[in-house]
Design a protein. Structure first.
Length: 545
């Protein structure tokens, strides 16, 4: 009995132990499969995005050109076509490959020697001095069809931490002859009677800030002096000054202000004839800058020989697509200072003037600029211009060899301009331009004597290989109108001037160059009775050191 009771007790204890073990295993399993339900869902916070707004580059204090200019995107500077001159062989504007000193010499047909030099001194950080000089002359097939040009100039700068002091000196001597007459009717002219030799001595001085100052004002006052004359017969002294300043307010608004003056004193020594021609201007301007819109608004009160005129200065640009497509428009005015120096540079065969009137120009324009892809840019502009007191050149009424100024008190011009370029780094550059002018509304002349209705230009620069650069230039134009001795008029023939050239780098120090000018041998006339030379070839060596 007692044994049975022990067995039963042992059985009960065993069952209890098994029950406890079973419960313990069940609890452990339940803890491994617990599911928690909650409305809270953990998540990472989005990082704060920093908005970087670039500060616009401080604009140049000088007043911008109205014509659009695509910035060069390579080591080649975009070709700027120059006005064709009847006698001048345009020298090659070869690339400087980093050497500080260069001497270029050559010789060509029409007994054409050519010398050009460029020399640089200073470290470029505290001081810099550049000296330039060139000489060219030619002798044509027509009697007295000779010319020579000498140009020497020096440009220097002294730098401080915040400012630059710059200066320049120059000398130019341009020799031409009035050979445009009937040599059978007038066989006895001497070279002294026909000579037109012009000398210009110039000095320039300026001071500008190169870093922001405590006043927040950018400034660039500069002064220029010219002593110009024709041999010992005519003398002209010119004083030119410009005092521009700009104050920025924040990132988008600035105020510009400039005082400028151009004062001329002209004298014919033979009879003590004197003329003074003065121009003084004040130019306040408000400018607004943004990424999509730029606006310039101002007026320019001008005292032209003490006569007040208020010129407009309002223009704007809108970017429809940033850095791709821009619309521009404006209403602007300016005075063109006409002096003996500027007019003789345009027409060296002119007579000594007996009056000067500055030209007032008002322009309304609109246009577009666009960039397509990585290499192609173009712009187009239509403008309506009015001129007051525009000088026109007509042949004299005696033998036709010289030109006199015929003042046009009112002239209108509807102008269309277009230009395009393709630039592929420093390998290939192609540019083209078009100017179409329609002259109407003349009051004092029956035609716009000597002005081109149509002009085309283009250039190509190709770095064909590491040592070879090939270039080509084209200028084509329709003929201008000319007034003859008998007071009748004629249309001069149009001209096409095609030039080509190459430069081959022999080694680090020496290069050979060759230029062909007027390849088509076109005997066009820029001025009536003055045909150009025709086909020219000139070549030589370049020394860099």
């Amino acid at each position: 009995m007692i044994q049975n009771i022990k067995n039963i007790s042992l059985l009960i204890v065993s069952l209890c132990v098994l029950s406890l073990q079973s419960n313990a295993q069940k609890d452990t399993s339940r803890r491994q499969t617990i599911e928690i339900t909650s409305s809270y869902k953990p998540s990472l916070r989005n990082p704060v995005k920093i908005d970087l707004s670039a500060t616009p580059i401080t604009p140049d204090t000088s007043r911008p050109r109205l014509a659009y200019s695509i910035p060069a995107q390579n080591l080649f500077f975009a070709y700027q076509p120059v006005e064709s001159k009847p006698l001048l062989l345009q020298p090659d504007t070869e690339l400087l490959l980093g050497d500080r000193n260069q001497l270029k010499v050559g010789f060509g047909n029409f007994s054409t020697p050519f010398v050009s030099g460029a020399f640089s001194f200073g470290n470029g950080k505290t001081s810099l001095l550049n000296l330039y000089g060139d000489y060219i002359s030619s002798k044509g097939k027509i009697k007295f069809q000779d010319f020579s040009e000498t140009n020497i100039k020096g440009i220097g700068s002294i730098f401080s931490e915040t400012n630059e002091t710059y200066f320049g000196i120059g000398f130019a001597n341009h020799q031409h002859n009035q050979y445009g007459y009937d040599h059978t009717l007038y066989p006895n002219y001497t070279k002294d009677q026909l000579s037109r030799s012009y000398q210009d001595v110039s000095v320039k001085f300026g001071y500008r800030n190169t870093a922001p100052n405590s006043f927040g004002i950018d400034y660039n006052p500069h002064l220029e002096l010219h002593s110009f004359g024709r041999e010992n017969f005519v003398k002209e002294n010119t004083l030119i000054f410009n005092l521009p300043a700009e104050k920025r307010f924040g990132d988008h608004v600035s105020v510009k202000f400039a005082l400028s003056g151009d004062f001329n004193s002209y004298q014919i020594k033979a009879n003590s004839f004197k003329i003074k021609n003065n121009l003084f201007q004040i130019a306040p301007e408000l400018v607004y800058y943004s990424d999509q819109f730029t606006f310039h608004g101002g007026v320019t009160p001008s005292w032209n020989n003490n006569e007040l005129s208020v010129l407009p200065n309002v223009y704007a640009e809108v970017q429809l697509q940033k850095n791709v497509f821009v619309i521009q428009g404006g209403w602007v005015g300016r005075f063109i200072e006409n002096s003996f120096r500027t007019l003789s540079n345009e027409n060296p065969y002119m007579q000594d003037p007996v009056f000067f009137k500055n030209t007032k120009e008002i322009q309304y324009y609109g246009g577009i600029k666009a960039t397509l892809g990585d290499h192609f840019n173009f712009s187009a502009k239509a403008a309506y211009l009015t001129y007051k007191n525009l000088p026109l050149f007509i042949n004299d009424g005696f033998d036709g060899k010289s030109f006199v100024i015929s003042n046009e008190s009112s002239l209108k011009n509807f102008q269309i301009h277009g230009d395009a370029n393709y630039i592929n780094q420093d390998i290939f550059t192609l540019t083209a331009g078009l100017d179409l002018n329609t002259y109407t509304g003349l009051k004092d002349n029956t035609a716009a004597w000597g002005l081109y209705p149509l002009k085309l230009n283009g250039s190509i620069r190709w770095n064909a290989m590491k040592q070879l650069i090939i270039k080509g230039d084209l200028v084509a134009f329709s003929g201008a109108k000319a007034l003859l001795l008998d007071k009748s008029s004629k249309n001069l023939k149009g001209g096409t001037d095609l030039s080509a050239g190459a430069e081959f780098k022999i080694n680090k120090m020496f290069s050979a160059w060759l230029d062909f000018d007027n390849v088509l041998n076109n005997k066009y006339e820029k001025w009536n009775n003055y045909p150009v030379y025709g086909f020219q070839v000139i070549g030589g060596l370049i020394v860099r050191f």
